[in-house]
Write a protein that binds this ligand. Structure first.
Ligand SMILES: O=C(O)C[C@H]1C=CC(=O)O1
Length: 94
């Protein structure tokens, strides 16, 4: 199942710099691990914002929920999930 996910990140400005650096490093490693497994298909930066739009290809809603819940930055994110279906005008669907 495909999902578009928008993640808006807001890390408190007063967070300890070491904690912040560790969180960002763990987030990057987790994201890249899921890209290698094929579940995190795309990640795009939203220009000028600490936000991304990503596409996930996962087994079901529960699998996506688990992935998002385990994001190291999860406590500092607002997340919007949109389930995707093939568009009838998509050439690939013909
Ligand atoms: O900066 C972000 O967009 C948040 C986050 C999601 C994956 C990752 O590596 O960082």
């Amino acid at each position: 199942m495909l999902f578009a996910v928008r993640m808006d990140v807001e890390i408190p400005r007063d967070l300890d710099p070491g904690v912040r650096a560790d969180l960002l490093a763990r987030e990057k490693a987790y994201c890249q691990e899921l890209q290698k497994s094929g579940e995190w298909v795309h990640i795009w930066r939203c220009v000028g914002q600490h936000a991304n739009i990503s596409v996930f290809d996962v087994a079901d809603n529960e699998a996506l929920h688990r992935i998002l819940w385990d994001l190291p930055l999860f406590p500092y994110m607002r997340i919007e999930v949109t389930p995707l279906a093939r568009h009838p005008s998509d050439l690939a669907a013909e």
